[in-house]
Design a protein around this ligand. Structure first.
Ligand code: ASP
Length: 336
């Protein structure tokens, strides 16, 4: 059981690396991951007033180097500690470049009823106005609150609480880089307290198996004047599925129709949008290559999920052999 003195919650911090833990070394031209979780937290004395903190430095890498193996391992580790009652909340700290993907994987796989909070920083600790300490403090406040224990994984950045299914990094350098598309933010840390504005609907959580060999899913974006060469290349390669960020509400050029129909006979083809916000339509446009035509050819509408998240959900469904037909896969996408 977690130790509870003064009603404080026990929060475990899992550090994977990222800008938040970066500094220049004698040998590096720029900042590199180096600072441990313990060192990061020792510069934030307020943390111990909020919760009993356990720090772990599990990885020390840029988030572009994180893999599904890392994510599945982390999900198993969190599940184990939560089930054994050894923590009341988890804070995962990593680089912001792939933070939305980690949050969505955890959201898809964690069946635990404790707050799961992912955070990072846009500025490294030695920069003026570094945001890492404030983000860790806000993340620990959120992870100590039962208000988000049934909201799946959330991202806390710049005091905003984002649902994993909506959040996206939308700026390369701003401290307010993270935005919630389609749903808006769930809440905000105000004077150290978590204030909720809305909630997400419960979704089906997939089974977690740390030994999964993650399938190979291609993610491509349609662009003006494209031919179907990429589709033909993917058909010949060893992919298990593909996500296409199509035009607008789910539209592709007519010249793709032959190869895309053949491809959807071979593997699941998910139709998402490159537009950035909104859902894939299902019943509005009637021309060849529009959503009605593409869905009738077996393409799977991704609902509100963008390409990055659609790729993760499709991969997890294939990995656990959960949904096989396009109708079954479509049902999972509709459930988000
Ligand atoms: N390149 C860094 C990373 O994702 C960026 C960051 O942490 O903000 O590891």
């Amino acid at each position: 059981m977690s130790i509870k003195l003064n009603n404080k919650k026990s929060v475990t911090i899992f550090l994977l690396g990222g800008t938040i833990a970066m500094e220049k070394t004698l040998h590096s031209k720029g900042v590199v991951p180096k600072i441990t979780a313990k060192e990061l937290c020792s510069s934030i004395p307020e943390l111990e007033k909020i919760a009993h903190i356990t720090t772990r430095t599990d990885r020390m890498i840029a988030s572009s180097n994180l893999t599904y193996k890392d994510a599945l391992w982390l999900a198993s580790e969190i599940t184990l500690l939560a089930k054994e009652g050894r923590m009341d909340g988890a804070v995962i700290i990593q680089g912001t470049d792939t933070l939305e993907e980690m949050a969505f994987i955890l959201d898809s796989l964690l069946k635990v009823c404790i707050p799961i909070v992912v955070t990072g920083a846009m500025r490294s600790p030695h920069m003026a106005g570094a945001d890492g300490s404030a983000n860790i403090l806000a993340a620990v406040s959120a992870a100590s609150s039962q208000k988000i224990s049934r909201q799946g994984a959330v991202v806390v950045m710049n005091d905003d609480i984002h649902a994993a299914r909506y959040v996206r990094k939308a700026h390369t350098g701003s401290v307010s880089a993270f935005k919630s598309f389609n749903g808006g933010i769930l809440g905000r840390i105000i004077e150290g307290q978590l204030t909720m504005f809305s909630a997400v609907k419960a979704r089906e959580i997939l089974s977690l198996n740390a030994e999964y060999k993650f399938p190979k899913i291609a993610l491509i974006k349609a662009s003006f004047g494209d031919d179907d060469q990429m589709i033909k290349i993917i058909a010949k390669a060893d992919y298990d599925g593909i996500v296409i960020e199509a035009f607008g509400a789910g539209h592709l050029p007519e010249t793709w129709l032959h190869s895309i129909t053949q491809l959807s006979g071979k593997m699941p083809v998910v139709l998402s949008s490159r537009a950035g916000e909104g859902a894939i339509f299902e019943s509005t446009y009637g021309y060849a290559g529009a959503e009605i035509d593409l869905i009738s050819r077996g393409l799977i509408p991704s609902g509100i999920l963008d390409g990055l998240k659609a790729k993760i959900l499709l991969g997890l469904l294939i990995a656990e052999n959960k949904a096989v037909t396009s109708e079954e896969i479509t049902a999972y996408f509709k459930n988000i």
